[in-house]
Design a binder for this molecule. Structure first.
Ligand SMILES: [Zn+2]
Ligand SMILES: [Zn+2]
Length: 248
C-alpha cells in the first residue's frame, strides 16, 4: 500500500515537472539544436527556448552551423564564376544520419508545419545567392545547378545542362577522313589522353566531335557511364553518312 502510494506521488511529481518545462525548451535541451533549427521546426517558439538554442549556434546537432557560415556562399560563387550562364538552380545534399535524427525529433515531439533541414538550407542558399548573382533562379531546366554537398567533406559541385548540336555539312574531297583511328596510347581501350573515348585525334570528322568542337564551345565531352555507348552511336551515325568534308 505504501509502495503504491509512493510510486503514485513520484510519477505525479515527474508529470508536473515535465509540464513546467515547455516542449520547445525540452527539444532544445535534448537534441542541442540552434535557434535557426528551432524556428523552422516549431512555429513561434518561446523566448526562453530561443535564448537557450542560441548557445548551440556553433555546435548544432542538426544543421552543424551551416546557416551561420558565410564562407560557404563565397565558395559557391567562386565555383560558378568560370561558367557563363543565364539561369541557375540550387540543391542541397545532407548526410542520411542527420536526416534520421530530424525524423526522430519530428515523430517524438509530434511536430507539424515544420520546414525540413534540406528545404531550410536550400532556401537559405537560394536567398544568399540571389542577393549577389545577376542570373535568374530557375527550378526547371536551369543552365547551371549549384549543389551544396554536405554528405562527405563540404564541397560545392557545379552541374551544367547538356546541349545537343546538329550539324549540316557537305563532303567535297572524296578522300576526307571520316572515322577516326584508335587512340595510339591505349589502342581503343580508353585512357586519359583520348578522354576515355578510345578515339585518336587524327583530323577526321569523328575526332572533330571529340577534340575540336568541345574546345570551340569551351565545354567538355561528357564521358559518363554511357559515354562509350554514345561514342559508338556517333560512330555508327557518321559511317552511315554520304561522303562529305568539313571546313573548320
Ligand atoms: Zn541548427
Ligand atoms: Zn586512349
Amino acid at each position: 500500500m505504501y509502495a503504491y502510494h509512493y510510486k503514485f506521488l513520484n510519477s505525479a511529481y515527474l508529470y508536473t515537472l515535465k509540464l513546467r518545462l515547455k516542449k520547445d525548451v525540452r527539444l532544445v535541451r535534448e537534441y542541442k539544436i540552434c535557434d535557426w533549427c528551432l524556428k523552422r521546426l516549431i512555429n513561434e517558439p518561446s523566448n526562453e527556448a530561443l535564448a537557450e538554442a542560441e548557445s548551440f549556434r556553433s555546435a548544432c546537432s542538426l544543421c552543424h552551423s551551416i546557416p551561420f557560415r558565410g564562407e560557404l556562399v563565397d565558395e559557391a560563387l567562386g565555383a560558378c564564376s568560370p561558367y557563363s550562364f543565364r539561369t541557375y538552380n540550387v540543391s542541397v545534399k545532407m548526410c542520411a544520419s542527420v536526416l534520421k535524427i530530424e525524423d526522430e525529433i519530428i515523430t517524438k515531439y509530434k511536430l507539424k508545419d515544420y520546414v525540413t533541414l534540406k528545404k531550410g538550407l536550400r532556401d537559405h542558399f537560394k536567398r544568399a545567392l540571389a542577393k549577389v548573382l545577376d542570373q535568374r533562379l530557375q527550378e526547371v531546366r536551369s543552365e547551371l545547378n549549384i549543389v551544396f554537398d554536405f554528405t562527405d567533406k563540404f564541397r560545392v559541385k557545379i552541374y551544367e545542362r547538356g546541349y545537343q548540336i546538329r550539324l549540316n555539312y557537305i563532303k567535297i574531297l572524296p578522300d576526307a577522313k571520316v572515322n577516326a583511328g584508335l587512340c595510339p596510347v591505349c589502342n581503343g581501350k580508353g585512357c586519359n589522353v583520348c578522354k576515355y573515348t578510345g578515339i585518336a585525334n587524327d583530323g577526321s570528322l569523328e575526332s572533330f566531335f571529340i577534340y575540336v568542337l568541345p574546345s570551340m564551345l569551351n565545354s567538355k565531352v561528357n564521358m559518363g557511364s554511357q559515354g562509350h555507348r554514345r561514342i559508338h552511336r556517333v560512330r555508327k551515325w557518321i559511317a552511315s553518312l554520304p561522303p562529305f568534308q568539313v571546313d573548320i
